[in-house]
Design a protein around this ligand. Structure first.
Ligand code: ADP
Length: 251
């Protein structure tokens, strides 16, 4: 296993509240890693540390280190914009810009200096194909993204994240606002994407984690209780708290 993310002795505080406690883990490249655990145990908090979204929350303090591709992302001279290009994010609620489908996808590449029409056309098509949305929207690229269904909007947000060629894609409960069919589509899509991207997903749905991830990390009260191959964690957990959680005894 080649780790792309290495987290070492990470502590995170919101003011005086200790939200992540001595978290250490390696996350393998081109795999799907799922973060599971009861609500409020720190899953989203850890996800946000991986592209420094936590910088935007006043009063947040961290100790320890996070390396991505060998770079300490909290070190000096880190360009946060460049980091967020490398580590894209998809949120629980689809959040397309109030722009056309085309302009949603072209937004990031334009920001990074790509203005050639033919290049942008190529990126838009490739990204929409990767997000399994091209066939549904190819004749309507000039229409507002806000006219798409929730499931389509979420695939558009995935396409928008892919358009800047990230290495890592963070997904924070990205299917929890969607209907079962859209959820299934996104799960299939994520499984296809893992051949090219490292995917780290927070899910409150442990069946989803069991279905699609290769590795699962179980959190409780800001601590990592167990990080394991998904099949192993669900069939033969090491820790009794993991067992209690996956068998539905709490959470
Ligand atoms: P999860 O994703 O597992 O539901 P979170 O990472 O959202 O958990 O939250 C972990 C803990 O940190 C919770 O107790 C939550 O109330 C607290 N928390 C999350 N975000 C903030 C914030 N912006 N300010 C203060 N506390 C927060």
């Amino acid at each position: 296993m080649k780790p792309i993310v290495r987290i070492n002795q990470l502590n995170l505080y919101y003011g005086s509240f200790h939200a992540l406690k001595n978290v250490s883990m390696d996350i393998p490249e081109k795999e799907i890693t799922a973060f599971i655990g009861p609500s409020g145990c720190g899953k989203s908090t850890l996800l946000r540390t991986l592209n420094r979204m936590n910088d935007m929350i006043p009063g947040t303090r961290i100790e320890g280190s996070v390396e991505i591709d060998g770079q300490d992302i909290y070190g000096d001279h880190v360009e946060v914009e460049a980091l967020r290009r490398k580590v894209g994010m998809v949120f629980q609620q689809p959040n397309p810009f109030p722009k056309s489908i085309y302009d949603n996808i072209a937004y990031g590449p334009r920001l990074h200096g790509i203005h050639s029409r033919s290049k942008l056309d190529g990126i838009v098509e490739k990204s929409l194909r990767q997000a399994a949305l091209w066939d549904e929207v190819k004749d309507y690229l000039k229409r507002s993204a806000l006219g798409l269904s929730g499931g389509q909007q979420q695939r558009l947000c995935i396409a928008r994240a892919l358009a800047v060629q990230p290495d890592v894609l963070l997904m924070d409960e990205a299917t929890s606002a969607l209907d079962p069919i859209s959820t299934l589509k996104i799960e299939e899509l994520v499984q296809e994407l893992k051949s090219s991207y490292t995917i780290i997903m927070v899910t409150h749905n442990m069946h989803q984690a069991a279905r699609i991830s290769g590795n699962t990390v179980f959190f409780l009260n800001g601590e990592v209780i167990e990080a394991e191959n998904t099949q192993k964690l669900f069939s033969n957990p090491r820790d009794s708290r993991t067992e209690d959680y996956i068998s539905g005894r709490f959470g």
